[in-house]
Design a protein around this ligand. Structure first.
Ligand SMILES: [Zn+2]
Ligand SMILES: [Zn+2]
Length: 346
């Protein structure tokens, strides 16, 4: 039976009648399948949550142990029967624990990617193309102008600046979940083994990643320092919101940096007052979105959020049936896009 008969969108998001479950719902519901723990996808208050163990761990850190009445930890590629259908999680390559959801019902297969990326990321299992009839994807960076450079390239910019401005504290805005840890690993891989200093808001998630066996090197919380002058020539990571607040006013010779896919857009880096913008994204860029559609080769493409129309148009040009679901509320959880990002910068 065609998925349009058993999947619909409503004010809570994407609802699957076959499973009697929502995927990444906006409001508390009875059954929620959570693709990953970014705040715009994972919310507290559901009766039953189905997700990977890592996603559930992150939700516990963020929302407390009682964020849901019941939690069900699923391994990748473990099929779970729910109501009248079945679903299976597959790696999405986005952040630790992130998953795509394959739903199977009456001979049809639908895959929902959640957020996904194709660039290498040592903090999570790589994206797996899963054959399906309907492929549901995001389009956060769904315009041809978006081309994300390799992370080594952007990390080198930071290291070169440190070398050049060796008495400056490099304050880098990073999202607490995913971006922070990925940048740390890139720095270590490129031979930077100095301690990296952290804003308190990043500490718990870094610890959780370390508990999952992901090496991040020596990390020191800024609030534990008595003498801030030792931050000269050092890297401090903080949430984007802390870039411009009073927290850093006593740091020595601050250079403001920001790591985000949006840093490719000059207006955005100005908005963040980033003197050193680093284009590091945990989403697919335009080319990776197209490559993914080709590899999955579904009968139909549905686009959840982001630059839906551009990707829908391109998918049609490539010979696929395509439509926009225009789900609202995603991309506003403080992760990739800056809040209220539908802005007219193009
Ligand atoms: Zn995400
Ligand atoms: Zn998202």
């Amino acid at each position: 039976m065609h998925p349009e008969n058993w999947i619909k969108t409503d004010k809570n998001g994407l609802y699957c009648k076959a499973l009697n479950a929502y995927i990444d719902p906006m409001q508390p519901v009875e059954h929620a399948i959570i693709t990953h723990a970014h705040a715009d996808h994972a919310r507290a208050g559901h009766q039953h949550v189905y997700a990977t163990a890592a996603t559930l761990d992150i939700m516990r850190v963020r929302y407390g142990v009682d964020h849901a009445a019941h939690t069900h930890a699923l391994d990748y590629e473990q099929t779970f029967t729910l109501h009248k259908g079945a679903f299976t999680l597959f790696p999405a390559g986005h952040i630790l624990g992130s998953a795509q959801v394959l739903i199977e019902y009456k001979g049809s297969r639908l895959v929902h990617t959640g957020d996904c990326k194709r660039q290498e990321d040592k903090t999570c299992a790589p994206f797996v193309p899963v054959p399906c009839d309907v492929f549901v994807t995001e389009a956060t960076f769904g315009l041809p102008v978006f081309q994300h450079p390799p992370i080594e390239h952007e990390t080198q910019k930071l290291l070169s600046s440190l070398e050049r401005l060796s008495s400056s504290c490099h304050l880098v805005g990073v999202y607490a979940l995913g971006k922070c840890q990925r940048l740390l690993i890139a720095l270590r891989d490129m031979g930077y083994h100095e301690p990296v200093y952290l804003h308190g808001a990043l500490v718990n998630l870094c610890r959780l990643y370390q508990e999952h066996g992901i090496e991040l090197g020596e990390l020191i919380e800024v609030s534990s320092l008595e003498d801030l002058s030792i931050l000269k020539g050092k890297i401090v990571l903080c949430p984007p919101s802390a870039l411009s607040d009073r927290w850093s006013r006593k740091f020595p010779n601050v250079i403001t940096c920001m790591a985000s896919g949006w840093m490719q857009i000059r207006a955005r880096s100005k908005q963040r007052r980033a003197e050193l913008p680093l284009i590091i994204s945990d989403h697919s860029d335009w080319q990776d979105l197209l490559t993914t559609i080709k590899e999955v080769n579904p009968k139909e493409v549905w686009v959840t959020h982001g630059r839906e129309q551009a990707l829908v148009h391109q998918a049609r040009v490539m010979g696929y049936k395509a439509k926009a679901l225009s789900l609202v509320g995603y991309g506003e959880g403080g992760e990739e896009p800056i809040a209220n990002d539908k802005g007219g910068v193009f």
